[in-house]
Design a protein around this ligand. Structure first.
Ligand code: NAI
Length: 370
């Protein structure tokens, strides 16, 4: 019997209401071409939810998400919600925590036709595996009463939480991923010369996990050195395992290497549930101008389909993901400037870029194999 996959779309703030609907249209089109049965629907979150429901993360949204197979979340303009919001402090991290999406998988690869402003051949192909539930982020800490304390008006103490449990499951995720890849290398990134206890624990756990993966080479790097090497030799990296904040910062650097945040997808995964969400934020500087690049959201959605395929082995999921990736590869690799958005030096806005992608998926413009 054909299974119907329920996938929710949450626009979020800023460019979210431009790029998330674009991703939804692309999935509708690819699913219909492949014959994947999918029920796609929208749910409120962020400022839109605040306006209509009086809070940024309504319980109804949470309840419905729990019944879905997965969802795509747009960016949230964190820091702009009022303290009167019952969900304050609201962030993507709160959602990751609610659904225990402990692994943030962020692939960065060179696209044919997109020149890196910082680097040329050989191609870049690495994945940042970022711990997603703890570290310095107050809304991700494990304790009530967490976060930032103000003993007096001139002192701020921030609590950083690193646990053996969270470090172990993210290390396992990184090594399992490296097993499936060619270079067979995990680089654990830390600052254990300064954050001696927390990052000492994180690195120790990576060393322990490496014993279960004799095929995989483990190397260690301080985060500041990593920031340097990522620019100097990005092609040598494979799987980069790191903590929450370092992973967040290195991701933007990595995005710059491959052409910008418009090309940086990501998946937030737990044991039984996953959420697609690109690396970028709400981009207030370009919001409502119709020029945001939707590729990152679209590729995040393809990651979600691949994740669902790994769980269910339903070939239609894989075929739909491949149809989407092929269309993006074909479009970015084209010499026609209308096939790229303005952030990539092209002439298309979000809508035109999406319309051309839909034509590719429908086979009206030829695409190359993934
Ligand atoms: P940002 O990621 O929104 O934008 C950084 C730069 O990249 C801007 O110049 C923007 O125009 C450009 N950019 C981002 N996405 C793009 C796209 N799809 N196409 C073309 N250009 C794109 O970072 P920013 O401006 O520092 O943060 C804005 C807000 O987003 C803040 O409130 C921040 O907290 C929030 N944020 C939310 C995230 C999330 O919900 N996952 C992640 C990062 C930031």
């Amino acid at each position: 019997m054909t299974r119907t996959y329920k996938i929710a779309f949450l626009n979020g703030d800023g460019i979210g209401s431009e790029v998330v609907p674009s991703a939804k249209r692309v999935l509708e089109s690819a699913a219909s071409k492949i014959g994947l049965s999918a029920e796609l629907f929208e749910l409120p979150i962020g400022k839109e939810a605040l306006k209509n429901f009086g809070r940024t993360f309504p319980p109804l949204t949470v309840d419905i998400l729990r019944q879905c197979d997965g969802f795509l979340l747009g960016p949230l303009q964190v820091g702009s919600y009022p303290k009167s919001d019952p969900d304050y402090p609201m962030s993507s991290g709160k959602i990751r925590k609610t659904f225990d999406l402990f692994a943030n998988i962020r692939p960065f690869k060179s696209f044919r036709g997109i020149a890196s402003p910082l680097y040329s051949n050989p191609p870049i192909d690495f994945v940042i595996v970022r711990e997603n539930t703890e570290d310095f982020y107050p809304d991700r800490n494990l304790f009530k009463g967490y976060g930032e304390f103000w003993p007096d008006r001139d002192t701020v103490v921030s609590l950083r939480v690193i646990t053996r449990r969270a470090s172990t499951r993210i290390a396992k995720t990184a090594f399992d991923l490296a097993e499936q890849r060619l270079k067979k290398r995990v680089t654990v990134v830390h600052k254990s010369n300064v954050l001696i206890e927390g990052d000492g624990l994180f690195t120790d756990v990576a060393r322990l996990e490496s014993r279960n993966h004799p095929e995989i080479c483990l190397e260690e790097s301080l985060v500041d050195t990593m920031a340097l090497k990522l620019i100097q030799q990005p092609e040598r990296y494979d799987v980069i395992l790191t903590t929450n904040l370092f992973g967040d910062i290195l991701s933007d650097e990595a995005a710059a290497l491959v052409g910008g945040l418009g090309l940086a997808p990501s998946l937030n995964a737990g044991d039984d549930f996953a959420m697609a969400q690109s690396v970028h934020g709400s981009a207030p500087d370009i919001a409502n101008k119709g020029i945001a690049n939707p590729s990152a959201e679209i590729l995040s959605l393809a990651m979600l389909l691949d994740w669902l395929y790994a769980k269910s082995k339903d070939p239609k999921l894989k075929e739909t993901a491949n149809a989407i990736k092929m269309a993006i590869d074909g479009q970015l690799g084209s010499h026609d400037s209308a096939d790229r958005t303005v952030d990539l030096g092209g002439t298309s806005g979000t809508m035109e870029f999406t319309n051309r992608l839909l034509k590719r998926i429908a086979g009206r413009i030829p695409s190359i194999p993934v």
